[in-house]
Design a protein around this ligand. Structure first.
Ligand SMILES: NC(=O)c1ccc[n+]([C@@H]2O[C@H](COP(=O)([O-])OP(=O)(O)OC[C@H]3O[C@@H](n4cnc5c(N)ncnc54)[C@H](OP(=O)(O)O)[C@@H]3O)[C@@H](O)[C@H]2O)c1
Length: 426
């Protein structure tokens, strides 16, 4: 069976290597020879890994996606365009498609899936969420009969690496980011990771598959880690918590209706929570189902070879379906109905700088009470003229927390209010 490869960067090149190394054993397992026929790149003159057959390189995308000899197209270019157009043309030309492109899927998955069904071909995307971790197929196939209540994940290795360095080595955010960049864990422009957009794209895909709803990127509430300070991390460590960037998809009852909450946010997790032990650039996803109970998926969420391994699994699935004239069945999905963020409830952590004068603490505590937020614990430390107050709250509605901050910001002795963080219970 012939493969057209769109892209020969980190993942594309590793995919070629994997096929060279494992091609014979794959053939023994599935009875099909998988062969790369063409490789699309931007620049054919660029230096490539030594195992890349330069005679297969082309810059002519149309000739690849319309080539009648090609059975499966693997898209590992990235970005929405030209990938979307190339995937659609591939499908219309009778090819099955494998992609690792989360940015594209988070916006256009449903239309691409519909097109694949219309033309009787497959679109697989195991590598788009959590790289090498076999998660999508587990949710789509093994857990399809489960009523899942919550899926919580660490799905961005860059931010997890930065937060790990802040926690374990007491680095400031900028120092940890510089280290991540030096080691190649963070891009030169790291905004998509730091602002949570990469994790939000994955959360949209993950929740669509886990909960059978059409969740798109814009449905995901997204907060990144740029405001997490060394103070926050140090407080968390002293009180038995770890700060992680969490992607959380949950089924909730809202005014008697089942709705979904899909969010990405930095949170304090108890050190005993299964996700707290996920260090450095690793990913993990914690799945809670009514019958199956708790499941944890853990592994490398990025990197050429781990990602190529997930792509290879998809290619083999697509090849077998083509061989037997079948396709993956498409699951039905309803339109998503999300819970308004203000109505969500959680425990909160919040730090304020205030003038260090008598009566301020009582004034601040009164505001919490009047806004309906009950304080669980408080810590005060002096900063010369100013004092730092840190509060942990009992469960409160997000709207009550927002009102608390509004009122606090108008108090004369309050100098600065840091962004609040949510606290996830163990
Ligand atoms: N890297 C990871 O660890 C990882 C993990 C999970 C998912 N993914 C996803 O996998 C995909 C690929 O990632 P990557 O890290 O392999 O990217 P990459 O290293 O930047 O490689 C991109 C490849 O696509 C080619 N390309 C880009 N724009 C093109 C265009 N307009 N026309 C033709 N070719 C074009 C490039 O050609 P040249 O070589 O000529 O520049 C390059 O070979 C992305 O969707 C990414 O989100 C990556």
């Amino acid at each position: 069976m012939k493969i057209g490869l769109l892209g020969c960067g980190n993942v594309g090149s590793a995919f070629v290597k994997l096929l060279i190394d494992n091609g014979d054993s794959i053939k023994e397992k599935i009875g099909e020879n998988l062969e790369i026929a063409k490789v699309l790149v931007r620049d054919t003159k660029r230096e490539r890994d030594p195992w890349i057959d330069r005679s297969l390189l082309t810059t002519d995308a149309q000739s690849l996606v319309t080539d009648p000899d090609i059975d499966i197209v693997v898209e590992v270019i990235g970005d929405v365009q030209p990938s979307k157009e190339l995937i659609e043309t591939s499908l219309r030309n009778g090819k099955s498609v494998v992609t690792a492109n989360k940015a594209l899927l988070a916006e256009h998955y449903f239309e691409i899936e519909e097109l694949a069904e219309e033309v009787g071909r497959d679109v697989f995307f195991e590598a788009a969420v959590a790289g090498g971790i076999p998660l999508i197929r587990s949710l789509r196939v093994s857990l399809v009969g489960e009523r899942l209540s919550r899926v919580t994940g660490i799905v961005n290795g860059t931010t997890n690496y930065i937060l790990t360095r802040m926690h374990e080595d007491s680095l400031a955010f900028d120092e940890a980011l510089a280290m991540a960049q030096k080691l190649g864990y963070a891009e030169a422009d790291p905004r998509a990771d730091l602002e949570g957009y990469d994790a939000a794209a994955k959360a949209a895909i993950l929740s669509s598959i886990a909960f059978g709803m059409k969740v798109r990127f814009q449905d995901v509430l997204c907060e990144g880690i740029t405001n997490v300070s060394a103070h926050d991390v140090e407080f968390a460590r002293r009180h038995g918590f770890v700060i992680k960037l969490i992607a959380e998809c949950a089924r909730l009852d809202f005014e008697g209706e089942q709705r979904l909450s899909v969010r990405v946010f930095p949170a304090l997790l108890p050190a005993t929570h299964p996700l707290s032990s996920v260090r450095d650039a690793f990913n993990a996803i914690f799945v809670e189902g009514e019958a199956v109970g708790e499941l944890m998926f853990y592994g490398r969420g990025a990197g050429g070879l781990p990602t190529a391994s997930a792509v290879m699994g998809d290619v083999i699935d697509a090849a077998q379906n083509l061989h037997f004239g079948s396709t993956e069945r498409r699951l039905r999905r309803s339109e998503v109905n999300v819970v308004p963020v203000e109505a969500l409830e959680s425990n909160f952590y919040i730090a304020l700088e205030v003038a260090d004068q008598p009566g301020v603490l009582a004034q601040v505590a009164t505001v919490f009470g009047e806004c309906g937020v009950s304080i669980a614990s408080m810590e005060q430390s002096g900063l010369g003229e100013e004092a730092r107050l840190v509060f942990l709250t009992h469960p409160a509605k997000e709207r009550a927390m927002i009102s608390t901050i509004d009122v606090l910001s108008q108090l004369e002795p309050v100098r600065e209010i840091h962004r609040y963080l949510r606290v996830i219970e163990g």
